[in-house]
Design a protein around this ligand. Structure first.
Ligand code: KPL
Length: 303
């Protein structure tokens, strides 16, 4: 069933989804933060999707928060720390039966938003699709992964695991009844890799290959295992460091999203990655000194 999707956050993942939803026959409107962004968008009036060296133009609409009209389907792809401020000016435009899907790194923003918007239904998604922005509204689809989707704080038992209007699309969607557990898995890997690559200013692969960096990652991961044990969360079959090492090797040549933020002097998602982990540990009465030291160091040295 075709729907009108509004997309909040026109970064790489927002543009990737804008193009694929438009391709699948949905109406798409990007909600842009100011008139400069709107003017830039209007030069093409479209999202460019580059895949396997070929470029395709997908004409979509764009608006400012003040004049986006009623919103029945909202996809949130902002940075975690931008979610609530970006949502504030448009929240009253959501219809009472709106469908909201949040696709973001880190943890905390999804739960805060779902609580704030209740009883509106909110889904969370976790994606391994690789995409980067060549220029504003021009996204390069760098690696096909999959996107797990499931309802957050489910209040309506009959809610579909994947919102009906999100499919069909060329992207791979996987229904996930336990999306919070998947978000935790992603969080654990992000906590192991992102802050350490920012600390050492290194590619992901070095965390697996350099013995002293690997030791550091092992200590960070041992604390994640202790917390998960206390919270009775079984994330992986073995210790978290095994999984972190595998991801660090598989993405070895890449710079993590946090290191990219640091290098571009942008605000990082640290508070929604290590910061969220530390908050959960505090509530559980656990100290995580390795993660705490890393958090404090990055708080002092980055935006
Ligand atoms: O998700 C990632 C990121 O860069 O944010 C990786 C490095 C793959 C895991 O932390």
């Amino acid at each position: 069933m075709a729907a009108h999707w509004h997309i909040l956050g026109a970064g790489s993942i927002g543009c990737l989804w804008a193009a694929h939803l438009a391709k699948a026959g949905h109406r798409v409107t990007l909600i842009l933060r100011n008139s400069e962004r709107l003017d830039t968008f209007k030069k093409n009036g479209a999202v460019v999707l580059e895949s396997d060296g070929k470029q395709h133009l997908f004409p979509v609409n764009a608006c400012l928060p003040a004049n986006c009209g009623p919103i029945s389907h909202l996809l949130i792809t902002t940075k975690a720390y931008d979610t609530l401020p970006a949502l504030k000016p448009i929240a009253h435009q959501l219809t009472h039966d709106a469908c909201v899907v949040m696709m973001q790194n880190g943890m905390g923003a999804q739960q805060e938003t779902a609580t704030r918007l209740a009883p509106i239904n909110v889904w969370a998604a976790s994606t391994t699709d690789g995409a980067w922005l060549k220029e504003p509204f021009h996204v390069v689809f760098a690696g096909k992964g999959e996107t797990k989707v499931g309802p957050l704080l489910q209040t309506v038992p009959s809610l579909p695991t994947i919102p009906t209007e999100l499919a069909p699309s060329d992207l791979t969607l996987v229904a996930d009844e336990q999306i919070e557990l998947s978000l935790w898995r992603k969080l654990a890997i992000n906590c192991a890799i992102n802050p350490l690559t920012a600390y050492y200013d290194c590619r992901n692969g070095e965390l697996a290959e350099d013995p002293s960096k690997f030791q550091h990652m092992s200590r960070v991961c041992a604390e994640i295992d202790r917390l998960c044990q206390q919270l009775k969360l079984q994330l992986f079959d073995g210790p978290a460091v095994q999984q972190a090492e595998a991801v660090a090797r598989a993405t070895g040549a890449n710079f993590s999203s946090m290191l990219q933020d640091v290098r571009h002097k942008r605000k990082t998602e640290l508070d929604y990655i290590t910061g969220y982990l530390l908050k959960q540990a505090k509530q559980a009465g656990l100290a995580l000194p390795e993660n705490q030291t890393l958090y404090e160091h990055l708080k002092k040295t980055t935006k």
